[in-house]
Design a protein around this ligand. Structure first.
Ligand code: ADP
Ligand code: ASP
Ligand code: MG
Length: 440
C-alpha cells in the first residue's frame, strides 16, 4: 500500500480538494494524509497569539472569519445539501472546540488543541466528499494512533500496533484518510509534530505499515536544484539519495520537512515528491540507491536562515587537550544543536540556530577563552556526490562565491555536502551565484 500526503496548497480550496480526489481515486487502496487547508494553521497560530495576549475579542473575530471561509468552501465542494450540512456540522464541532479554549488562563494545552483543528476540518471535509462521490473511504483518526513519547520522539511501537490494528478492523475500505501533523503526547494530551510536520506523519505511517512508497504531493514538481523563491530558472532534480534529501530538507529546502527522511530511509521505503498541479510530472524520486547518472554531480543548493556563529579562541597558545570537549559539553548542557564546526590551532567556530540559551552558553564559554558572536547569518548548503576523491566539485562551489564574504566553510563531514556560512544579506546573491556556476 502507498501513503500519499497532500500539503496545505493541495487542499487549499474546493477546486484543489476535487483535484486531490481525482489523483487518489485510481482503484488502488492507499492511505491519504492531509494537511490543513493553506493558511489555516497560520490563522490558528494567530488565534492563539490573541489568546496569549488576553484579547478574546480578537480571537473570536478571527475564528468567525475562519468559519465563514470554510462555509464558502463547503458550498462549492458538495452537490447535495445533505453533505453540505454534514460538513458544516463537522466544521462547527471544530469551531466549538476552538471557542472552548477561550479561557482566562490560556496555556500550551489549549494552544495545541486549537492548532489541531485545521487537519481535523480538512480530513472531515475530504471524507464527506469521498462519500458523496461513492468512494468507500474510511477516516482514521490520527489522535487514536499517532503518539510521541516523553522526549517528543515518535512512539514507534505504539504507532505500529495502533495503526495496524485500526487498519485490520476496517479491511474492506478502498481508501483511508487521516490527519497529518497532529498526535497525542506521552500524557495523552493533543499535541503536534511541529510546523510542516505532515510530511513526518506520512513518513511515520509509511514506516509502520511497511508501505511500498511514500508520496509527498505539493505545489511544485519535485525538489528543485535551488530555492525557487529566490532563484529564477531552477529545475527539478530527478533522483536523490536519502542522505542528500535529508541535507536539503535540514538546510532549508522547504518542500521536505527534515524529520521526514529518517523513518523512510531506515525502512527502505522510497519517497516521491510530486506536484498536485501537474500530476503527470515525474517529480523527484528519493531512495537508498544512488542513480548511476548522478555520480560526480552536484544536485542542489539550499539555505537555512537565522544562524548564529560563535567563535571561541582558546586562552592558551595552542589548542589545549580537552578544550573541544568542554566547548561541546556547554552546548549539550543547554540542549542546543550545533550545525557547522570549523577548527584551527587556536580556536573553534560553531553555528547554532536555537538561541534560547545563548546568554548562558556565552557566559559558560568565556571560562575557556575569548568569545565572539556573529548573528543574522545563513548556512548555504551545496548537496551532491561530494565524496572527497571527486576532485574539483568543492572548488567550483567555492569559486562561485568568490565575491561573497564567507565566514565559515564545512566540507568532509559527509559525502554529500559542503556548507558555507554567509551574512543574511548575502544569501540571495550566494544562491544565485551558485546556480549560475553549478547549473548553468
Ligand atoms: P506543502 O504545504 O505542500 O507542505 P510547502 O510550502 O511546505 O508545501 O513546500 C513547498 C514549497 O517549498 C514550494 O512551493 C517552494 O516554494 C518551496 N521550496 C523551497 N526550496 C525548494 C526546493 N529546493 N525545491 C522545491 N521547492 C522548494
Ligand atoms: N498544517 C501544519 C502546518 O501548516 C502541518 C503541515 O502542513 O505540514 O504547519
Ligand atoms: Mg510542507
Amino acid at each position: 500500500m502507498k501513503v500519499l500526503k497532500f500539503g496545505g496548497t493541495s487542499v487549499g480550496s474546493a477546486e484543489r480538494m476535487k483535484a486531490v480526489a481525482r489523483i487518489v481515486c485510481d482503484g488502488e487502496r492507499k492511505i491519504v494524509v492531509l494537511s490543513a487547508m493553506a493558511g489555516t494553521t497560520n490563522t490558528l497560530v494567530e488565534i492563539c497569539d490573541y489568546l496569549y495576549k488576553k484579547n478574546a475579542d480578537g480571537a473570536r473575530e478571527t475564528i468567525a472569519t475562519l468559519e465563514r471561509k470554510y462555509w464558502g468552501v463547503i458550498e462549492e465542494l458538495y452537490e447535495a445539501e445533505e453533505y453540505k450540512q454534514a460538513a458544516r456540522d463537522a466544521v462547527r464541532a471544530c469551531v466549538v472546540s476552538m471557542r472552548a479554549c477561550i479561557k482566562e488562563l490560556f496555556t500550551i494545552y489549549e494552544e495545541k488543541e486549537i492548532l489541531a483543528q485545521g487537519e481535523l476540518m480538512s480530513t472531515a471535509m475530504m471524507q464527506l466528499y469521498m462519500q458523496e462521490q461513492g468512494v468507500k473511504s474510511v477516516l482514521l483518526p490520527a489522535l487514536d494512533y499517532m503518539r510521541i513519547n516523553k522526549n517528543n520522539e515518535p512512539d514507534m511501537s505504539y504507532i505500529r500496533t495502533s495503526l495496524n490494528d485500526m487498519l485490520k478492523s476496517v479491511p474492506e475500505a478502498d481508501m483511508y484518510i487521516t490527519q497529518g501533523y497532529i498526535c497525542r503526547n506521552a500524557y495523552g494530551e493533543v499535541d503536534n509534530l511541529q510546523r510542516g510536520g505532515s510530511d513526518y506523519s506520512a513518513s511515520l505511517i509509511g514506516a509502520v505499515i511497511g508501505a511500498d512508497e511514500i508520496q509527498i504531493w505539493t505545489d511544485i514538481d519535485g525538489m528543485h536544484n535551488n530555492d525557487p523563491r529566490y532563484v529564477e530558472n531552477t529545475r527539478p532534480v530527478r533522483y536523490l539519495h536519502f542522505d542528500e534529501a535529508a541535507e536539503l530538507g535540514y538546510f532549508g529546502a522547504k518542500i521536505l520537512h527534515p524529520t521526514c527522511i529518517q523513518p523512510a530511509k531506515q525502512n527502505n521505503i522510497p519517497v516521491r515528491l510530486l506536484n498536485t498541479l501537474e500530476p503527470q510530472a515525474p517529480g523527484t524520486f528519493i531512495s537508498n540507491y544512488p542513480h548511476p547518472q548522478d555520480a560526480h554531480t552536484i544536485k542542489a543548493v539550499a539555505a537555512k536562515d537565522n544562524i548564529t556563529a560563535i567563535k571561541i579562541k582558546s586562552g592558551r597558545k595552542l589548542l589545549a587537550h580537552g578544550f573541544l570537549r568542554k566547548v561541546f559539553e556547554t552546548f549539550e548542557t543547554y540542549k542546543t544543536t550545533i550545525d557547522m564546526v570549523a577548527t584551527s590551532e587556536v580556536g573553534v567556530s560553531v553555528t547554532i540556530d536555537n538561541t534560547r540559551h545563548l546568554p548562558e552558553i556565552l557566559d559558560d564559554l568565556r571560562q575557556y577563552g575569548t568569545v565572539m558572536v556573529d548573528e543574522n547569518m545563513v548556512i548555504v548548503c551545496v548537496v551532491g556526490d561530494l565524496e572527497w576523491q571527486n576532485a574539483g566539485l568543492e572548488s567550483r562551489a567555492l569559486s562561485a562565491l568568490k565575491d561573497i564574504p564567507v565566514r565559515m566553510v564545512s566540507y568532509g563531514g559527509s559525502n554529500y555536502n559542503i556548507s558555507f556560512l554567509v551574512r543574511q544579506e548575502d544569501k540571495i546573491p550566494a544562491l544565485q551565484a551558485l546556480s549560475r556556476e553549478l547549473f548553468g
